[in-house]
Design a binder for this molecule. Structure first.
Ligand SMILES: NC(=O)c1ccc[n+]([C@@H]2O[C@H](COP(=O)([O-])OP(=O)(O)OC[C@H]3O[C@@H](n4cnc5c(N)ncnc54)[C@H](OP(=O)(O)O)[C@@H]3O)[C@@H](O)[C@H]2O)c1
Length: 227
């Protein structure tokens, strides 16, 4: 059975990825900040490891633990959304939460890729999926607010493009995904779709991915998202 590696799997979209891949019989390596406080994740029966994606030492340690294992699909899912909407208004945005957001949403996906590239290279058709957001689309941006999150996901998109250029020639298909506006803690109760719908769509795209998809930015329904 193929193996999937997922960050930020304690809840939300990460947890739904775990559930669906487990139900399909995959070997699931699920990581989260605090496994002892992730009862829903533990109930899936996945192999769970602690990982704060901003902790370089923890990342290196997990890299050593998993050395030699094949990873067919790696999902950079962990993310944060500080200073939502008008909480972060022009003239009133503190720098520290902005830097935390960049560390989690931009730097970490690159560091995760560096750590597990050897595991991906062992797979026949490896896919490195990064959960970005349409909020990070510069072409789509038209309203004020959420600049902290928006700028982080725009950065994540450039990280994916950089990974695609670096790793595409090594056979790894790197894709940025917009999961839709989804009912999770982050998306809130008024979001348009359920985690089941989003992840069903994303898993279908990951399963169908070919080298021609390397460096693309796709929504969960397969539509191309403008950078
Ligand atoms: N929901 C949406 O509508 C939507 C739309 C576009 C994009 N996205 C993106 O989709 C991804 C998942 O979002 P979600 O809706 O599932 O959000 P969520 O419900 O808030 O869950 C976020 C997950 O990320 C984890 N996380 C945060 N910082 C972390 C860190 N430093 N190290 C490891 N894990 C960390 C959280 O772990 P803890 O439980 O430890 O906090 C949690 O498991 C994010 O990248 C988000 O930006 C979501």
């Amino acid at each position: 059975m193929p193996t999937v590696f997922i960050t930020g799997a304690s809840r939300g979209l990460g947890l739904e990825f775990v559930r669906q891949y487990k139900a399909d019989g995959w070997d699931v390596i699920a990581t989260c900040r605090d496994p002892e406080r992730a009862p829903d994740l533990n109930a899936t029966g996945a192999e769970v490891f602690p990982l704060d994606v901003t902790d370089d030492a923890a990342l290196a340690s997990l890299g050593r633990t998993l050395a030699g294992r094949t990873i067919d699909v790696l999902i950079n899912n962990a993310g944060i959304y500080p200073l939502k909407g008008s909480q972060g208004s022009f003239g009133d945005i503190p720098a520290d939460p902005w830097m935390d957001c960049l560390r989690t949403n931009v730097v970490a996906p690159w560091k995760v890729a560096e750590t597990f590239v050897g595991n991906l290279e062992k797979a026949d058709r490896p896919v490195l999926a990064t959960i970005s957001s349409k909020m990070g689309s510069i072409g789509d941006a038209a309203s004020p607010g959420s600049v902290v999150y928006r700028s982080s996901k725009a950065g994540a998109n450039m990280v994916v493009k950089g990974l695609a250029i670096e790793l595409g020639p090594r056979g790894i298909i790197c894709i940025a995904f917009h999961p839709g506006w989804v009912k999770t803690d982050m998306g809130g109760p008024h979001a348009l779709i359920t985690p089941e719908q989003s992840i069903t769509g994303l898993r279908g795209l990951i399963a169908a991915a070919t080298p021609a998809d390397n460096g693309r930015f796709l929504a969960y329904d397969g539509q191309e998202v403008p950078w």
